[in-house]
Write a protein that binds this ligand. Structure first.
Ligand SMILES: NC(=O)C1=CN([C@@H]2O[C@H](COP(=O)(O)OP(=O)(O)OC[C@H]3O[C@@H](n4cnc5c(N)ncnc54)[C@H](OP(=O)(O)O)[C@@H]3O)[C@@H](O)[C@H]2O)C=CC1
Ligand SMILES: CC(=O)[C@@H](O)[C@H](O)COP(=O)(O)O
Ligand SMILES: [Mn+2]
Length: 402
């Protein structure tokens, strides 16, 4: 790819995006060196990664897990084990690292993502919640420090690929107005319940919600896909990343997940990005940008694709999408609260204390009670996110599972 080795930190290395990233970089030993891996509590997963890939540093956010990992790696030379959230953020800013893959799930990934951006790194952003909670701040920080953020989320990566690339532009692409773009369209699979009778949504089990029809992902994003909050978070992510308004970002249901995004231009052209539903493609694109890398993903055989469907989303079946758009209109504190309430509700559903069909109601209730503001500091946004978690937890306790 180039003659300088990129030294990589993978934040969230034990997860689905982390695993796909390890797969891609292992295919290019001359281009990438794995410097740092981080995880939360998955000691066995981290041990496997350390033995297979020999990073210089392994950080566990949970101190007890870090101690357990250090014990397990006593016989392995050259891996420094560190512990705690502050070490995760410090590892993201370490001068020994060039490229940070931000793949922690949820708002827990915000501090380390911001640390990487503040340090001017190349940041491969999978952690969409960082932009939902504090996107304006993250993007403004990148403009100030020269950090190059590349979108890994498949739809945003697809949009990025359909825009005129500008390696000299602050965010790597021409501005939408400058490029003649009128609309971005994100595709959504519709998740596992696209056709299920809504009268049965109260009985949905966690394993059913996590059985995504086209992608293999972590549990939180899988549940978000099942409620379509994932697409709501992605509309916010797109507005913050590409610096546009909610009405410039459309959503269409595309059950095959082969077209990831479309970009419409003022001359009537629509460009689309297609590929197999495999995150190694957007990860390889972002790792190699502005060049291209082998990802291990085979090309689509377009003679065998069969039918490609595109349908409007059903707002009554998936109220979370509209909740996210409303929060986006209401401003930065509302999107922070949306995220906090959603994370609390999804955790409760996964933990068995909230019904699937009440996830949206918890979020709606929380947003109705919040203080909405557009101009907010990082501390305000983090406080707002926390307030929403607490409020949502109160709703969940009151409503129970019955
Ligand atoms: N999976 C996918 O295909 C896609 C994912 N994304 C986004 O990428 C991000 C990661 O998703 P995914 O890989 O599916 O998630 P996973 O649940 O598979 O992995 C999450 C990773 O984050 C770590 N982690 C969890 N909580 C914390 C915490 N409190 N502090 C530090 N680390 C933590 C986990 O460590 P441990 O294993 O120890 O718990 C794990 O390494 C999400 O924001 C998601 O929305 C975007 C597009 C596609
Ligand atoms: C792979 C990826 O980018 C996910 O965000 C995916 O889009 C989830 O599928 P849904 O389209 O069902 O939300
Ligand atoms: Mn996506």
């Amino acid at each position: 790819m180039s003659n300088t080795i990129q030294r990589i930190a993978i934040l969230g290395a034990t997860g689905s995006i982390g695993t796909s990233t390890l797969d891609v970089i292992t295919r290019h030993p001359g281009d990438f060196e794995l410097h740092t891996v981080t995880a939360h509590r998955d000691v066995a997963g981290m041990e496997r990664i350390c033995r297979a890939h020999h990073p210089a540093r392994a950080v566990m956010a949970d101190p007890d897990s870090a101690a357990a990992l250090a014990r397990r790696l006593q016989d392995l030379d050259g891996v420094e084990v560190a512990s705690g959230d502050q070490c995760v953020a410090a590892a993201a800013a370490d001068p020994a690292v060039d490229t940070v893959v931000a793949a922690i799930v949820g708002a827990a990934g915000l501090a380390s993502c911001l640390a990487a951006v503040e340090a001017g790194k190349k940041v491969l952003l999978a952690n969409k919640e960082a932009l939902v909670v504090a996107g304006e701040l993250v993007m403004a920080t990148a403009s100030r420090t020269g950090a190059r953020i590349l979108p890994v989320d498949s739809e945003h990566n697809g949009v990025f690929q359909c825009l005129p690339g500008r390696a000299d532009a602050p965010h790597g692409h021409a501005g939408l107005a400058e490029a003649g773009v009128t609309r971005l369209i994100l595709t959504a699979s519709g998740g596992p319940f696209r056709e299920r009778d809504p009268a049965t949504f109260a009985q949905i089990r966690v394993d059913e919600a996590c059985a995504h029809p086209t992608w293999r992902m972590g549990r939180k994003i899988s549940v978000d896909s099942a409620t379509m909050m994932n697409k709501g978070l992605e509309v916010i992510e797109a507005c913050r990343f590409f610096q546009c308004q909610s009405d410039q970002v459309g959503v269409v249901i595309h059950p095959q997940s082969l077209v990831h995004a479309l970009v419409q231009y003022r001359d009537g052209s629509t460009l689309a990005q297609l590929g197999a539903p495999d995150m190694r493609t957007p990860i390889a694109h972002a790792l190699g940008w502005p060049g291209r890398l082998d990802s291990g993903v085979a090309h689509l055989d377009i003679t065998r694709l069969g039918q490609l469907d595109f349908l409007p989303p059903d707002g009554r079946r998936f109220p979370c999408l509209e909740l996210a758009r409303d929060a986006l209109e209401a401003g930065a504190t509302a999107t922070a609260a949306l995220n906090g309430a959603n994370e609390a509700a999804v955790e409760a559903f996964i933990g068995g204390s909230l019904r699937f069909d009440r996830i949206h109601a918890v979020i709606e209730q929380t947003l109705e009670h919040m203080d909405r503001r557009g101009d907010a500091s990082l501390d305000d946004l983090v406080d707002c996110e926390q307030w929403a978690r607490t409020h949502a937890a109160d709703c969940i306790r009151q409503w129970g599972v019955a």
